[in-house]
Design a protein around this ligand. Structure first.
Ligand code: MSP
Length: 532
């Protein structure tokens, strides 16, 4: 059996409701998973929530609830958002689940028993929102701040910390990691992030990573099996989910089927945890170079109207509100949102969200181009061909026919190349270019004119070609807009879900197949703020 294609997302902190940033990673991960499934690959998409640590403990306290009650409530908001956005995950791990807690304890004991951990005292600076330590050494390189040192990652003021605990040696693995990263140029993507990692590894890493927290300060964590006074550091516990879920501790056959992860999808702010701490943790656990994750992809950040999203600015974008309010009345609102996220910003770069930007995409790309192509093609098949897929018979205008056929059949290769580099916007752009070409084709061939002139056979061929384009486009759109893709297939009268390979078949629709009822995919109305 070939190895399962294993995709992971970060585990989201459940200290607050999900926002656009969280949804971005999961939409991208879902798109990638669906793409590989269409290629008939076994895929395992893992997502979940990170439920321990000081930050969550504090949020629970502020809301007057126990941490467990608090996380149980917030996790539902994540799960319901993933249902709204059609995130087809195969497993959802909560770090408070017994399966994870048990496995983390086993791993800690293994490291401890093998003498890999060191007990000592740490002095440095702590960023509570990021749950991250910074050493004096790391902070020395930064500009002085009147309020005291600030977190190099989120710019918030740090708290001085001196803590006795258990430590994982980092610096002793630095040389190994640097050599590994240099030998694996796609270990981190995009290139800018890879370069960032290499330059990080040019500086000495902190000697150790503290992997415990004293219980008296942080009570909400996985107990450390060999120390009653400590719980596990939230990042150490959370990163391990990538191996605990797939059987590292108790199911070697399952583990071999899934590991190594093919893609760890993350945001750029957690690159250091995934590309430095995580491989060093695995290396310390005895993983070979071949067992390192294949690729870590770090995407950019969403701002809002060019500003950083924050509670204090009150500009946090709630994806549920976008789908149910801004896009109210859209039958495929979640797909419009997915399309916007993946099309508007080249993956890896920062993006700026605005309501106008999403509505502009809806109007221009989706309603005027894609929706129009579907609607006019199907309406004309209803009107001129008695609602049945016409035959492709005539030659005439063969140059235009061949050009459109060529672009359509070749789409798979272009999309494959883009998806191999996780360039979602490039793939979507290629698909939408074929849609544009098909619209221009219909205008130049003018089926309404052919009808008037009684050129029945040519008319049928032109509409058949347009219908074939829709079939192929619906295949390539499936990973991006699953419900739109299904609606196109239904309107074409095709019940079945195609595979990727079917996009290379031409023609692929059965002659005389009855089409479904044409209906607007993206009706523009006042309710979503766009005038028709
Ligand atoms: N719990 C850790 C991850 C542990 S993974 C083993 C964490 N959680 S988080 O909820 O704070 O962030 C999760 C992800 O959301 C990160 O990848 C982060 O980059 C992403 N985003 C948070 N805000 C974002 C934006 N404004 N824009 C895009 N993504 C952002 O970190």
């Amino acid at each position: 059996m070939s190895k399962t294609f294993f995709i992971t997302t970060p585990l989201y902190y459940v200290n607050a409701a999900p926002h656009i940033g969280h949804s971005y990673t999961n939409v991208a991960a879902d798109c990638l998973a669906r793409y590989h499934r269409l290629k008939a690959q076994e895929v395992f998409l893992l997502t979940g929530t990170d439920e321990h640590g000081q930050k969550i403990e504090q949020a629970a306290k502020e809301s007057g609830k126990s941490p467990q009650v608090f996380v149980d409530e917030v996790v539902e908001r994540f799960q319901s958002l993933w249902a709204t956005l059609q995130i087809s995950y195969d497993d959802f791990i909560r770090t408070t689940q017994a399966r994870h807690v048990r496995a983390v304890k086993v791993i800690l004991s293994r490291l401890h028993d093998a003498g890999k951990l060191k007990r000592t005292t740490y002095q440095g600076w702590y960023c509570t929102p990021d749950e991250t330590f910074w050493t004096e050494e790391e902070l020395r390189q930064l500009k002085a701040n009147p309020q005291g040192p600030v977190c190099p990652s989120c710019q918030r003021v740090l708290e001085p910390t001196r803590e006795e605990g258990w430590y994982l040696p980092l610096r002793q693995s630095q040389e190994w990691l640097r050599t590994f990263v240099k030998a694996h140029p796609t270990f981190v993507r995009p290139q800018t992030r890879y370069n960032e990692l290499l330059s990080l590894l040019e500086q000495p890493l902190p000697e150790y990573l503290c992997i415990t927290r004293p219980k008296r300060r942080v009570g909400w964590g996985i107990p450390v099996p060999f120390s009653e006074d400590h719980v596990t550091y939230v990042w150490f516990d959370a990163l391990l989910n990538y191996i605990t879920v797939v059987g590292f501790v108790d199911d070697p056959a399952r583990f071999a089927q899934f590991w190594p992860a093919d893609v760890h999808l993350i945001g750029k702010d957690i690159l250091r945890h995934h590309a430095v701490y995580w491989p060093i943790m695995l290396h310390t656990l005895g993983f070979s170079d071949d067992q390192m994750p294949r690729t870590i992809v770090a995407h950019g950040w969403w701002k809002v109207d060019e500003q950083k999203m924050s509670k204090s600015l009150g500009n946090i974008v709630n994806p549920q509100a976008i789908v149910t309010q801004l896009l109210q009345g859209q039958p495929h609102a979640a797909d419009v949102y997915r399309y916007f996220l993946l099309r508007d910003v080249p993956f890896g770069q920062d993006g700026s969200f605005s309501q106008d930007a999403i509505l502009a995409r809806l109007q221009a790309d989706l309603a005027n181009d894609l929706g129009n192509l579907v609607h006019r093609t199907l309406s004309m098949i209803t009107r001129y061909c008695a609602g049945r897929i016409p035959r492709m018979a005539s030659v005439g205008c063969a140059v235009d026919d061949a050009a459109l056929q060529h672009s359509t059949v070749g789409l798979g290769t272009v999309v494959d190349e883009a998806m191999a580099r996780l360039e979602f916007s490039v793939a979507l752009d290629a698909i939408m270019r074929v849609v544009g070409q098909a619209n221009r084709y219909l205008e130049s061939q003018a089926p309404w004119q052919l009808s008037k002139e009684g050129q029945k056979s040519r008319l049928e061929s032109v509409l058949r070609i347009a219908a074939e384009v829709l079939r192929v486009v619906s295949i390539h759109l499936e990973p991006f807009m699953p419900s739109v893709s299904e609606a196109i297939r239904t309107q074409l009268g095709c019940g079945q879900l195609y595979r990727w390979i079917d996009g290379t078949v031409w023609p692929g629709l059965p002659d005389a197949q009855a089409i479904g009822k044409p209906s607007a995919l993206f009706p523009l109305s006042r309710s979503c703020g766009v005038s028709g």
